[in-house]
Design a protein around this ligand. Structure first.
Ligand code: NAP
Length: 406
């Protein structure tokens, strides 16, 4: 391998050398096909923008089926260490081991690196088949809290001794009578966890000159968890961004105010408004379960999860892992068939996070132009009139050619 340097994190900022080493997990199932396509596009974008001056030195690390085959572990310690050492990484989809000790490799990676913000940009590329009439009106970036809520893994199975102990404690101490044959889960939402996530969303909105941050919650019913998330959001904006933000009820129409509007909406209303008037939402900050549902619903609105990128980020320590949002699509494994856009656009997010904005823009524009040529993978071709179906690797070539202006 050529000599590369480590990305470091100093004084709250990433320092990216011209030849950074970046670990990657190629992924299971269709992962290797997608990864080959994605790395080609990312390398080409960097080459177009900086010639040979900048170059990513990729370092393969193992997780999933390949790791299990080679090492007997689904998630070797060396993989976690590599992400810690190099700060950033990117991954293809991973098979969730059935019946093993690990609930999900993705959840395990997020927990070990405390990647508290799941960031999912949702935008429309012209000509992508969409189930809604005006998909171009959707342009949002969802910041989903990634470590708390019902995802904390605090669940007890119905009928077990542990759940019986908990239920009798709740009856005795709080007078809460819960049916004895219940399973029980705990939903922690902390001020610390909420504030760091909302801070990430506001920082992003400020740096990208976005219009608003919307806190999406279910606080009308769950007052001390979801309701508190909302309250802590307004409190944080008031305390830490007094000059840069303004709560929605203090906005004066046509005042030319460029401050970021802080607003909130109840989750069920968000789903209907996102279909009816999506342009009223910009940056979104939300709790874990709401964010899970919302990210996929919004992705479907602009053309499906084959196109949706994602990043899991700890802004306080710089750690970040970018990933395909779809699964391994095992029935297409090794067929060089599926759409590589999700990992490619996740790569663009990674380049953007590194400060290599030009390369990120080149990729987005290359994908946009490639789609308008109507030479696309099967998932888009089957819904686009007059489209020519091309393989996963060919689609990467079409993107590269469009980035290079060929
Ligand atoms: P999936 O792999 O996402 O596949 C479901 C369907 O989505 C596919 O059959 C295909 O639809 C479409 N699809 C997925 N990726 C595509 C792509 N790149 N291009 C075009 N279409 C694509 O979901 P699954 O079958 O439920 O899960 C399979 C495995 O993946 C499981 O082990 C699961 O745990 C894992 N998984 C991993 C992640 C992750 O690592 N982030 C996320 C979700 C699931 P058509 O059949 O219509 O062609």
């Amino acid at each position: 391998m050529e000599n590369g340097e480590k990305i470091i994190f100093e004084n709250g900022k990433l320092k990216v050398p011209d030849r950074p080493i970046i670990p990657f997990i190629e992924g299971d199932g269709t992962g290797p096909d997608i990864w080959r396509a994605a790395v080609r596009v990312m390398d080409k974008a960097v080459e177009i923008c900086w010639g040979g001056k900048r170059k990513i030195l990729w370092k393969e690390v193992l997780a999933g089926e390949k790791a299990f085959r080679k090492t007997g572990s689904w998630l070797p310690d060396e993989t976690i260490k590599a992400f810690q050492e190099h700060r950033l990484g990117i991954k293809g989809p991973l098979t969730t081991p059935v019946g093993g000790g690990i609930r999900s490799l993705n959840v395990a990676l997020r927990q070990k690196l405390d990647l508290y913000a799941c960031v999912r940009p949702v935008r429309y590329f012209d000509d992508v088949p969409s189930p809604v009439k005006n998909p171009h009106r959707v342009n949002m970036v969802v910041f989903r809290e990634n470590t708390e809520d019902v995802y904390a893994g605090l669940e007890l199975e119905a009928g077990t001794d542990k759940v019986k102990t908990l239920l009798s404690y709740l009856e005795e101490s709080f007078g809460w009578h819960i049916r004895p044959d219940s399973g029980v889960g705990i939903k922690p939402i902390s001020r610390t966890g909420s504030r760091r996530l909302i801070r990430a969303a506001i920082d992003f909105a400020v740096s990208r000159k976005r219009k608003s941050v919307t806190l999406v919650h279910k606080g009308n019913i769950q007052k001390f968890t979801e309701g508190a998330f909302r309250r802590w959001g307004y409190e944080l904006a008031r305390e830490e961004y007094p000059d840069l933000t303004v709560p929605w009820d203090q906005v004066k129409e046509s005042s030319g105010d460029s401050r970021i509007i802080i607003q909130d909406v109840i989750a069920d209303n968000f789903f209907q408004q996102a279909l009816l008037r999506p342009e009223q939402f910009d940056v979104i900050a939300t709790t874990n379960l709401n964010g899970d549902y919302m990210s996929d619903a919004l992705a479907a609105q602009v053309g499906g999860i084959g196109m949706a990128p994602g990043g899991n980020i700890n802004y306080q320590e710089g750690y970040a892992l970018f990933e395909a949002t779809h699964g391994t699509a095992p029935k297409y494994a090794g067929m060089d068939k599926v759409n590589p856009s999700s990992v490619i656009l996740s790569g663009a997010m990674m380049l953007d996070y590194m400060g290599w904005h030009e390369a990120a823009k080149a990729i987005e524009s290359g994908i946009g132009k490639a789609i308008t040529t109507r030479k696309v993978t099967y998932d888009l071709a089957r819904l686009m009139k007059g489209a020519e179906e091309v393989s996963c690797s060919r689609f990467a070539e079409v993107i590269c050619a469009n980035m290079a202006g060929e």
